[in-house]
Design a protein around this ligand. Sequence first.
Ligand SMILES: Cc1cc2nc3c(=O)[nH]c(=O)nc-3n(C[C@H](O)[C@H](O)[C@H](O)COP(=O)(O)OP(=O)(O)OC[C@H]3O[C@@H](n4cnc5c(N)ncnc54)[C@H](O)[C@@H]3O)c2cc1C
Length: 424
Amino acid sequence: MNIPETGVPRIVVIGGGFAGISFIKKLQKQKVQIVLFDRHNYHTFQPLLYQVSTAGLEPDSIAYPLRKIFRKNTDFHFRMAEVESINTENNTISTSIGSLRYDYLVIATGTRTNFFGNKSIAENSMPMKTVPQALNIRSLILQNIEKADITADERERKSLLNFVIAGAGPTGVELAGALAEFRKGILENDYPELDEDEMQVHLIEGQNRVLPPMSETVSKKAQKFLQDLGVQLHLETFISDYDGKIVTTKDGKKFETATFIWAAGVTGAPIKGIDGEALVERANRYKVDGFNKIKGFENIYALGDIALMETTEFPKGHPQVAQPAIQQGKNLGKNFRKMLKGDKMEPFKYFDKGTMATVGRNKAVVDIGKMHFGGAIAWFLWMFVHLWFLVGFRNRVVTFFNWTYSYINYDRAARLIIRPFKKS
Ligand SMILES: Cc1cc2nc3c(=O)[nH]c(=O)nc-3n(C[C@H](O)[C@H](O)[C@H](O)COP(=O)(O)OP(=O)(O)OC[C@H]3O[C@@H](n4cnc5c(N)ncnc54)[C@H](O)[C@@H]3O)c2cc1C
């Protein structure tokens, strides 16, 4: 792997997501060697993946090279590789490019899409967890609209223009809103031969309201925003199958569609080698103590979505969103500095900064403490917060410019089929 032994403790970090990068940033001038592994050579800002899927942003606005983030770190090494297993007895990891010894291991591998064991849905639906998957969705949406424009078969056209999304959490709601806006802003201008009303957006949710993790007040507001945009909501509806043509629900409803997007759940992405009481199998998350140390190990830590820290306030672990990952990463970074100086570590304490989701132009909802509101102010706040947390100055400027341009022109400028999607 071409990583030198420098005589200082080696910290191996798996995953360059929010948690991994926040941790490493805190160790910039410390006497440690850091080796970061990720299967991608970039950090992905997952909250804006839906904008890539719906042609609102180019993928390079929401991704950032990992090597560049840590340019100023000394004794930092990035390797693009899949980490395959951990050997806790001899403190090594095995990866797609070889094995490496660690003194400390920090696992920040996040989650993967959860299809709840349904093979046909896993094979035929479109998940949205990575940049390549978001680009697949973008291509498929555009390819299907192009096909709909030329087919004389009415049933086929309806299926091509029927968009079905599973899961009305923030991702599903944001996707549905963006697609509904696509119909209003783009379809009627770019495809004069198509009837705007033929494009349908269905959002299917098992629970009795949209945005289940948020307050009921904002959930009702979001529901109203979605209905105003013409999204068809199907609550308390469970999907049982998708064979590539028809989505079937448990209560017998059928939706013929060529685009079925799965945004209905995630599960942890643990690595082979740590199991038993250290792994909570129902969630696929590592059980950690108040310092993010994995139960039963002295030198292995887990951060972010993959870590399950049971507290009185969060008996099932912290929510799998960006803030706990960022805050845990920072806290563990500070604790490593303390440990290197021989000081006492501080346990993790989560500061809930609130939750927000956007449905569309001037339509977002926000929960902050006891405040629950929606509308234009919430939308501007949503934009500000997302710009603030985007990694890289260039990405912020480009995204801000794109959003301003789209706001003025009702446009989604990235509607390009550059790498056509082919079902494998
Ligand atoms: C579509 C979508 C929308 C979201 N929207 C929001 C939102 O609006 N607000 C919010 O707060 N949160 C949102 N989230 C959740 C948020 O993105 C996560 O909570 C956050 O990314 C968790 O950070 P993390 O560092 O734990 O994991 P991640 O950010 O997922 O990073 C994990 C990293 O580990 C790498 N990795 C995993 N396994 C391996 C392996 N075996 N070998 C090598 N590399 C590996 C991955 O490539 C990835 O880079 C969203 C998530 C998704 C998918």
